[in-house]
Write a new protein. Structure first.
Length: 407
């Protein structure tokens, strides 16, 4: 390719980039507009040097795709850029109830990362946990793979399989794992009475129906004589922000629960309805790195309103409103357009909720075979591990100490 043609392509690309952003720039202040144009100029220079000086002729389609995905990941780990074909497939499948392996995903360091695994799902039985990195899905590298597309590849017919290459949190070498897809259902709310008339409620997932289960569990515990509550939302990453707001309201008779706001989304406040509160008992909320979205709204609302003590680890950091924005060529981006904020004005997205009392939880044991592959746990083994974890759970113990000190 001649230098003249290269110059024309680079110039045209730069002009196109300027046209795409100028609408947004014009709506900003002068200093912000100047800063944006400065960065666009740097981007244009980098593209020019890549095209003219890289050791070989670059595939500009791949370069552009990498730049777009890098741009989105830099601002939003849950964002996606889908080309026209991928977006068509996304629209075709997004509302279908397909078999799955039970993972919630985000982008991390360019690759697909695990937020959490639904209890009793194929992924949970294989030992997937928060922080695992998925290098490839069905032999396709997840580097620069749109997050929404990665989620689609996990889905399929019940009984079909999907092969993943995964780097475990505590294992440096990638492992190949073959999982069988299944119809994954959200686990029910579990509750019991601990010593000292402390009611314990374990919530692995949230939905409108599960919020009702939470309310029923708390009501029963109070009737059974509970004087304090421990609400466990560790590894609770499913559920909409609306579910989190509804659950937080069970504990609040007044005050702000959260508010939502974006660059083009006006602020919307979510305040407590006193008629929906069902308990005034002293409460501790347990969190960890797998606590996300709806459960984070609960933890932030109760902590900022001084309604509960939050105990455990900092949460994942995902509470936002997202929408698909289509491009003229049929491609689309899925982007967070508004964030949810705690009553004290802290954005939950990216930063998470930091507990007032830090406590690390016991690790769930995962055994590996001679090839380094995780040995799937049977339902009985899963129940036994959870029982052991509960009987000697340092986070629950710390929560009980905190509740006793506040008595």
């Amino acid at each position: 390719m001649s230098s003249r043609i290269k110059y024309f392509i680079v110039s045209a690309s730069t002009c196109l980039t300027l046209l795409l952003v100028v609408g947004g720039v014009l709506g900003q202040g002068a200093s912000n507009a100047d800063d944006t144009l400065k960065h666009i100029g740097v981007f244009s220079d980098v593209v020019a040097h890549i095209k003219s000086e890289y050791v070989e002729e670059p595939d500009m389609k791949s370069v552009t795709l990498g730049a777009l995905n890098g741009l989105l990941e830099a601002i939003d780990p849950f964002a996606s850029y889908l080309n026209a074909d991928q977006y068509k497939e996304y629209l075709k499948n997004k509302d279908l109830k397909r078999a799955d392996i039970g993972l919630m995903l985000s982008k991390k360091f360019g690759y697909v990362g695990v937020v959490g695994a639904v209890p009793n799902s194929p992924a949970a039985k294989a030992g997937f946990t928060t922080g695992d990195m998925i290098e490839s899905i069905k032999g396709v590298a997840t580097r620069d793979m749109p997050l929404a597309y990665a989620t689609m590849l996990m889905q399929g017919d019940p009984g079909s399989s999907v092969e993943l290459s995964v780097v475990r949190v505590r294992q440096p070498e990638p492992q190949t794992v073959k999982l069988t897809r299944a119809n994954v259902s959200l686990p029910s709310v579990e509750s019991k009475m601990l010593a000292g008339q402390v009611g314990y409620v374990n919530i692995d997932a949230l939905s409108p129906a599960l919020v009702k289960e939470v309310a029923a569990a708390i009501t029963k515990l109070q009737k059974d004589g509970a004087q304090k509550l421990v609400i466990d939302v560790r590894n609770c990453f499913t559920g909409s922000p609306e579910d989190g707001i509804a659950m937080a309201n069970l504990f609040l008779t007044k005050g702000h629960i959260a508010y939502m706001q974006g660059q083009r989304v006006p602020r919307q406040n979510f305040d407590a309805d006193p008629g929906k509160a069902i308990t005034s008992l002293p409460t501790a909320v347990l969190t960890n790195r797998g606590t996300a979205d709806a459960a984070e709204i609960v933890a932030a609302a109760l902590m900022d309103n001084n309604r509960a003590q939050v105990v455990g680890e900092r949460t994942y950091g995902d509470a936002a409103q997202r929408k698909a924005i289509t491009m003229d060529d049929g491609s689309a981006i899925i982007l967070s357009v508004a964030k949810y904020y705690s009553p004290n004005g802290k954005a939950i997205q990216d930063t998470g909720v930091t507990p007032g009392t830090q406590a690390a939880e016991a690790e769930v044991q995962v055994d590996y075979d001679d090839n380094g592959e995780p040995i799937p746990l049977t339902p009985e083994q899963l129940q036994q591990q959870q029982k052991k974890k509960m009987e000697d759970d340092p986070v629950v113990k710390k929560a009980l100490e905190v509740l006793s000190s506040k008595a």
